[in-house]
Design a protein around this ligand. Structure first.
Ligand code: NOJ
Length: 574
């Protein structure tokens, strides 16, 4: 394998460089679980500002803030009451300005989360819609329908929401509204001009405040075309999803909306950026990622893959090529606020037929977290992350990932918050396990998260993953991320990746390949041994390694007869 991918022109990560996003390391902050400055148990904006030195030491180029807008937190803030304000539980607009000034002062860009598929049911326009009669302009901003049955007592269709339970909720006068997620999240009607204009105002509002980019929630859901006679859920599910004509998801018209957003982005200098959260067929990401559209789209393929050399190779090859064709760069993600943290996913027990994705589903369905092989999971997660940080494209790091934080599997039902749990009783424990507030210190009521207890319970073992515990330990996951992110800066000037032949993987002849090796310009080599057995390591100066290197020769793992242990990655300079 010696094919070179990506020949996109050189990019330089200068602060005013309009291409800063192409290879940025982006740190996702879930604000209410990051750092609590005032002791109310909820993380806040001053908490983030106070941690700017931490982010600088970590070496990230940008932060993405999950929603911080006024919200009843029916879905962790993805139920927005007011798109142009800050939740008083989290801070004020003035504190937002202070935070952005501090981040920019440290050379860190700011991406905010935009939630355009739905508002909250407390949004002033939804309240207006409830107070207005059926057929009124106020109702036309959302998707209201009459019900079926003699008195309209049945929902307009049997569709279910993504979080489970019905997708329609009835209001006092008997009409029903559509919510693709929780009932507190009514879907906007994007055919409505006022809705379209209002979002343009929101984009300008945050761009004027200095925001550098937007992460666009459910980007594939905005444009809908619901026929008078709605198909049943079974019929809806059976419709093709990749032809641009599905009534609900990934319709071609959605790109007309993003073309108007692009005009706003490009009216700023440097242009504001955007990244689409669009769970669409891989081949359909290109339009979201195009320069006329949002500019970049998440690829969650590694997040969904097993820890497997062939799977990683194919995903990387496909996505680098696809991003290049769309003129964009790709994104790499292992963890975020919606999925089981990857050290836990990678440590799921290897039971028959239980691959990592199914394993995560098993865990979410209440599988016994004590069955997880934590040591192996962390070893693989560190290897996968180091390998990923060496790739061209944007690298997303979810808060706590740099500490190797596992999922918290045993949050008591009485303390769970995620609507996915409440709407799926007994079926899905929800996503709270990856949203537990960060441990900053070994001690304290919330391990330094804040002066008081945290809004979700932290297990006692969190102290061992605290920043304080890891900071001085050269073998910690925090030290690994810091070293990798510092070294990665040298890789950010070019986007070429060349797969290198793996001479002797040490694998049993005929077995699946267990090692991947690619090089980047400047003599960089990134090698990962996905298998369980040690292999011969290419020679070169070791820059960063995800775990101890076996060394049969002289020097720290780089002798001629050095070996790369199983489930370990290394960066070398040849
Ligand atoms: C995707 C977000 O990441 C998730 O947290 C949220 O629940 C849904 N979109 C609905 O907004």
């Amino acid at each position: 394998m010696t094919d070179s991918l990506q020949t996109t022109p050189t990019t330089e990560l200068l602060t005013d460089d309009p291409t800063w996003w192409r290879q940025a390391a982006v740190y996702q902050i879930y604000p209410r679980s990051f750092a609590d400055s005032n002791g109310d148990g909820i993380g806040d904006l001053p908490g983030i500002t106070a941690k700017v030195p931490y982010l600088t030491a970590l070496g990230v180029d940008a932060v993405w803030l999950s929603p911080f807008y006024p919200s009843a937190l029916a879905d962790g803030g993805y139920d927005v009451d007011d798109y142009r304000d800050v939740d008083p539980k989290i801070g004020t607009l003035a504190q937002f300005d202070e935070m952005i000034t501090a981040l920019h002062g440290a050379g860190i860009k700011v991406i905010v989360d935009l939630v355009p598929n739905h508002s909250s049911d407390r949004h002033v326009w939804f309240q207006e819609a409830l107070a207005a009669p059926a057929g009124s302009p106020a109702r036309a901003r959302y998707i209201f329908r009459d019900g079926l049955g003699e008195d309209g007592e049945l929902p307009p269709s049997d569709w279910t929401s993504i979080f489970g339970g019905p997708a329609w909720t009835r209001v006092a006068d008997g009409q029903w509204y559509l919510h693709s997620f929780a009932s507190e999240q009514p879907d906007w009607d994007w055919d409505n001009e006022e809705v379209r204009d209002d979002f343009l105002t929101t984009l300008r509002f945050w761009s004027d405040r200095g925001v550098d980019g937007f992460r666009v929630d459910v980007a594939h859901g905005l444009a809908k075309s619901l026929p008078e006679a709605l198909p049943s859920k079974a019929e809806l599910d059976a419709l093709p999803k990749a032809d641009g004509d599905h009534p609900v998801w990934d319709r071609d018209e959605v790109h007309e909306i993003y073309a108007t957003w692009r005009e706003v982005f490009d009216s700023y200098d440097p242009p504001r950026t955007a990244v689409a959260e669009a769970w669409v067929e891989p081949s359909r990401r290109a339009r979201y990622a195009s320069a006329e559209g949002l500019g970049q789209a998440f690829n969650f393929d590694l997040l969904e893959a097993d820890f497997d050399a062939t799977a990683f190779h194919d995903i990387i090859t496909y996505n680098l090529k696809a991003a290049d064709e769309s003129g964009s760069s790709t994104t790499w993600v292992f963890s975020n606020h919606d999925v089981v943290r990857h050290p836990t996913r990678y440590g799921l027990p290897p039971l028959a037929g239980r691959e990592i994705k199914q394993g995560a589903e098993w865990l979410l369905a209440g599988g016994d977290a004590s069955e997880v092989d934590a040591e192996r999971g962390l070893r693989r997660a560190r290897a996968a992350s180091l390998f990923m940080l060496g790739l061209p494209g944007s690298a997303y790091v979810y808060q706590g990932e740099e500490l190797g934080l596992p999922e918290v599997g045993d949050i008591p039902e009485s303390q769970r918050q995620d609507p996915a749990f409440f709407r799926n009783p007994g079926v899905d424990v929800g996503r709270d396990g990856c949203r537990v507030p960060l441990p900053w210190e070994r001690t304290g009521e919330s391990f330094g998260f804040g002066p008081g207890p945290a809004h979700l319970p932290q297990p006692t073992w969190f102290r061992d993953f605290s920043v304080e515990a890891e900071e001085g330990d050269p073998t910690s996951t925090l030290s690994l991320y810091r070293a990798a992110l510092a070294a990665r800066r040298e890789l950010q000037t070019d986007e070429t990746l060349t797969w290198e032949a793996v001479a002797d993987t040490g694998a049993v002849a005929g077995a699946e390949p267990q090692v991947l090796h690619f090089s980047r310009p400047g003599g960089w080599h990134v090698v990962c041994n996905f298998g369980p057995t040690p292999v011969a390591m290419p020679t070169g100066e070791v820059l960063v390694a995800s775990g101890p290197l076996g060394d049969a020769g002289e020097g720290p793992g780089n002798g001629a007869d050095a070996v790369l242990p199983g489930e370990t990655a290394v960066w070398l300079r040849a």
